[in-house]
Design a protein around this ligand. Sequence first.
Ligand code: GLT
Ligand code: MN
Ligand code: MN
Length: 391
Amino acid sequence: MTQSNYEPRPEHRFSFGLWTVGNRGRDPFGDAVREAISPVDIVSLLAEVGAWGVNLHDNDLIPFDATPAERNRIVSKFKKACEHNGIIVPMATVNLFFHPVFRDGAFTANDAGVRALALQKTMRAMDLGAELGAKIFVLWGGREGVETDACRRPDEAIKRLREAVNYLCEYSIDRGYGYKFALESKPNEPRGDIYMATTGHYLGFIATLDQPDMVGVNPEVAHETMAGLNFMHGVAQAWEAGKLFHIDLNDQMPGRYDQDFRFGSANPKSAFWLVKFLEDAGYSGPRHFDAHAYRTENYEGVKDFARGCMRTYLILKEKGEIWNADQEIQEILESISAGSEDLPSTSDFSKANAGNLLKHHFNIDKMLGKALPYERLDQLTIDILLGVRQR
Ligand code: GLT
Ligand code: MN
Ligand code: MN
């Protein structure tokens, strides 16, 4: 493999949000450390580092209180910048968490006026995304939660959320936008608790919608890891259900605040299993890096950060190819999945098959005697990851 294998190319479908590379390093304890950079300049920065796409919230581009004329001027300038730099807009989303009016939530707020405003804002953000060519619309309900459960019943909140998503699906159909909605979970932060805490919560919710085929998930590494979960397992469940419409790649140590670190920087082994899963499964959607540079960086450091996300992904992709081609690994995989004896059929239920299974005498000693060399398998993985085992 040569160094050029780690160069991002359009077919890798690497995207960044305006809010990620444009993040100014503000945190709850400290102010911005980087000067503001315009959306147009962000697009040229992304082109410079080799990204394929840019994603945005409505208010990353258009101020909350812009007039229609200002909005149109901003959009046409941004569109030109994207065209000029060969950057596409695969996904759009809506900011329903920053403005104080959403302090009690948006689609789940107790005030019906706030809920209607949230719908209106989302419909306008959908108009914007459609104008820019986006086919995926992410909904992250960052404020859809509580500090105290005294304020509403959580099942009422879920009903409100369902009503809102059903309404937005109809709006997309009515306008012919062809959107796929990708719902993004998070256990907490900025709310004490967020209702839709994990990807699994959303998979259960989606099945209850009027248009379940239009709605999938947008799992984020940091969000599931905050809850101490195995991110790749949630991604695999979403994939298997045909619901992996988008993915937010970044990194995170369990049990901390939402760190949004550079992809693969905190848990490279977990990142490896994730990349290998996506590549082996044939996931063809955007690889979106929802992360931001350390607060210590200037904009040169932001480029290092963005390049690093993509480079690590491609290195891990190559490691996955090495893993798949490794003869000893393949032999172990073959040996561990080989059956220990002839079995009656369990693939289809029939009275006859069930009767055969009930009668069957299992050779437990033979099963117990079968070697499961997972220590060796894992060490081979570590050898590959640490670079001492190559092709
Ligand atoms: C916000 C959040 C992200 C979401 C974005 C989409 S905004 O930065 O932390 O995880 O994906 O609304
Ligand atoms: Mn995210
Ligand atoms: Mn995050």
